[in-house]
Design a protein around this ligand. Structure first.
Ligand SMILES: *Cc1c(COP(=O)(O)O)cnc(C)c1O
Length: 416
């Protein structure tokens, strides 16, 4: 993005001060400064998110929606206030279009089961891409098994970019839904989502966007994007685990049957028949993850305070720096070199198993991920069993990258 509009020195100083807002980044790992570069798996939490959760338990804890006492009213206000924060963050037209889930995975399962159960039939097609996370593959395989629909996969090229020509060919009158990532967690590829959505809508299909990665690296506005469904996960958004978001357009959500039954999702219950609550509660059965929503609301306010103008510019600068530095290490080959990328450097090293890379750099205080990154088809596409992956967040600095690169030189010394 606008990487050249923010002077590098100013960016570095700001990143260093943002790092201070994340208490855990001050700890030592094996006696070294911690370089946390496993953000695509989960991000660390700023002090104000931690404080919001502690504050909720010290001033407001009660069950939501049903109580008339002071604490229940506070808890309900905190929980529903978080929904307002999240709706604003994603640019939803209505707060009731935001459904709290456990994570991105549950959001996709909800749509695959509830929407898929109603709208998919034998011969229909579900279109995904070859770089999806398992969470955006398996729920659709299950839905296809149940309904007789067919899963189609848009290929990616040798750089890891989506093959848009193939997408155009595979998209057709049988396509009922396109479910695709906006940012690949294994490759860092950013997909041309606005274009994908326009084409899908022209073909009469709806679109689910897997925003688990994109939502903390890029500004997301679901209405501007035209998304029908958008899923995200709290723990990557600098918020807590166990809370996720499903955005759905009101008309679609209204026409969908419940996903799970239980308390809070009903309007009335008799043994003969139950009727459903209005949105969003129809899809929120049982006591929700109140503290999780409160923490996520605080996280979205935190991210908006820092702002995507700065975040995107800083991360783009850091990605360019990391890409050059890591690929200059002897024997290293990058996996995922699409022209439009964000935040992820996935790589392999000649003669060294990725797991060994991860173990050696850990001793140097550097946290990276090694493995298939829940994207085994991507590994198969590139003919590798696994990669090592460094993934960036707003609090990373060039110092983190330098520490990684030094550690990679150690890996070479150990295994050469
Ligand atoms: C992390 C991730 C998911 C799954 O997120 P959960 O929090 O595990 O549900 C899905 N898709 C992508 C692209 C991811 O990076």
């Amino acid at each position: 993005m606008a990487a050249d509009t923010v002077p590098a020195v100013e960016t570095a100083a700001r990143a260093a001060s943002i790092r201070e807002e994340f208490p855990i980044l001050g700890i030592e790992a094996h006696g070294r400064r911690l370089a946390y570069l496993d953000n695509a798996a989960t991000t660390q939490k700023p002090r104000e998110v931690i404080d919001a959760i502690a504050g909720y338990y010290t001033t407001s804890n009660a069950n939501v929606h049903r109580g008339v006492h002071l604490l229940s009213e506070r808890a309900t206000a905190a929980f529903e206030g978080a929904r307002d924060d999240v709706a604003a963050y994603f640019g939803a037209a209505h707060r009731h279009e935001i459904i709290f889930t456990r994570n991105a995975t549950e959001g996709i399962n909800l749509v695959a089961q509830s929407w898929g159960g109603r709208h998919l039939a034998a011969g229909d097609e579900v279109l995904i891409s070859a770089m999806e996370h398992h969470s955006n593959i398996v729920p659709w395989q299950l839905a296809c098994e149940r309904t007789g629909a067919v899963l189609k996969v848009v290929p990616i090229d040798d750089r890891g970019a989506l093959d848009m020509e193939a997408f155009g060919r595979l998209l057709g009158p049988r396509t009922k839904i396109v479910a695709m990532t906006q940012l690949s967690n294994a490759l860092g590829t950013v997909t041309p989502m606005a274009e994908i959505i326009r084409a899908a809508h022209d073909a009469g299909a709806v679109v689910l966007v897997d925003g688990a990665q994109a939502a903390y690296h890029l500004p997301v506005h679901v209405q501007a994007l035209g998304a029908d469904f958008y899923v995200a996960t709290g723990h990557k958004l600098y918020g807590p685990t166990g809370i996720g978001v499903l955005y759905g357009r009101e008309a679609l959500l209204d026409a969908m049957p419940p996903y799970q039954g239980g308390g809070d999702m009903i309007a009335s219950v008799t043994f003969e028949k139950s009727t459903w609550n209005t949105l969003p509660y129809k899809f929120e059965a049982g006591t929700p993850h109140i503290e999780g929503a409160v923490g996520l609301g605080a996280a979205t306010r935190f991210i908006r305070r820092i702002g995507f103008d700065w975040i995107a510019a800083h991360e783009a600068d850091l990605l360019a720096y990391a890409t050059a530095a890591v690929s200059a290490v002897p024997g290293v080959r990058l996996v995922g070199t699409a022209p439009v990328k964000a935040s992820i450097v996935s790589f392999v090293m000649d003669g060294v198993h990725p797991h060994d890379i991860g173990t050696v750099v850990d001793r140097m205080g550097v946290a990276i991920r090694t493995g298939h990154h829940c994207a085994q088809p991507v590994m198969a596409r590139f003919g590798v069993p696994a990669t090592a992956r460094a993934s960036l967040a707003m609090y990373n600095t060039r110092e983190d990258i330098d520490q990684l690169v030094d550690a990679l030189h150690d890996v070479r010394r150990v295994f050469a």
